[in-house]
Design a binder for this molecule. Sequence first.
Ligand code: PLP
Length: 374
Amino acid sequence: MYIPYGRQAVDEDDIQAVVDVLRSDYLTTGPKVNEFEKRVADYVGAKYAVAVNSGTAALHIACLAAGIGQGDEVITTPITFAASSNCVLYCGGTPVFADIDENTYNIDPESIEERITDRTKAIIPVHYTGQPCDMDRIEQIAKEHKLLVIEDGAHALGASYKGRMIGSMSDMTCFSFHPVKPITTGEGGMVVTNDEALYKRLLLFRSHGITRDVEQMTENQGDWYYQQLDLGYNYRITDISCALGLSQMDKLDRFIARRCEIAENYNKAFGGVAGLKLPFQLDDTRSGWHLYMIWVEPSRRREIFDRLRQYGIGVNVHYIPVYKHPYYQRNGYDSCYLKHSEEFYAGAISLPIHPSLTDDEQRYVIEKVIELVG
Ligand SMILES: *Cc1c(COP(=O)(O)O)cnc(C)c1O
């Protein structure tokens, strides 16, 4: 038996939707891409959406559209997947890490403020585990210092903050559709925005910097004509993937409801167990419950982790603070130390949580955790 920490939930409807596209005229950049974009944009309450072939590509084109380049600093959290800061490096910019809040494990607005310089251009808050960051404070800071906000919503499609959906608030929000994420397209991602100018730039960067839009071109020589206006990439997503994404969107609310139920079961079962710190939940937010993090005594983390793996439980550690990776250490981050991030990392364990986790599997996980920690 092996119980993964995260897993896709794909059923016959999803399979049929993909098969239908395989029998159609378009495999890539056909009608399903636009339909999927519109579906997600409507769901999160954004005007525009640009689907791409990964969450990482979404973050990259968002940084490009934001005009991040050499000499620009972008503040983000180290308790995230490396893509949240790599996207800044791709553009020649400098990621600056702020510490996390010790309760929510999300980026701490105070720590953001301490790191703002003349060169700061943007903030990339990550809604870690699916729980929204303190967006009121982050918006306020961004406004005061004229910074762009690019949300990394890879964990948080379907989450909301004080009644506002993640994806409806900032300059841009990026989502990932990797199989462990709230919905999947296999590989895939999307940027949503309410800003038409950013939208047009995102479209360019998704596809080589090339356009056929007469209004954007410097001249028009005929119907065959197109121009490359900037240096873009091939980050296009296929119609095959978007058909899967559309079918998955039908189930998103159900997936999140099941994730919430699993989190509540864990909360109930672990309440009062000594030596175990449970996730802190903010009022006024709906978490997507992408991850369920427990925190144990750092001196016991290794042993508890190894024993859970031996029991066939696919526990993980999300995340190693990004600046601790050898690549970052070699490139100027060797003196970086963020207290709350390091302390959290030292005791963090992610337990299995995903829509197809069964009650029996969860009972088994609970039993083993209590046996080892209690
Ligand atoms: C998964 C993830 C990404 C990257 O998404 P991919 O689709 O795997 O490229 C970025 N940021 C966070 C926080 C993630 O969890």
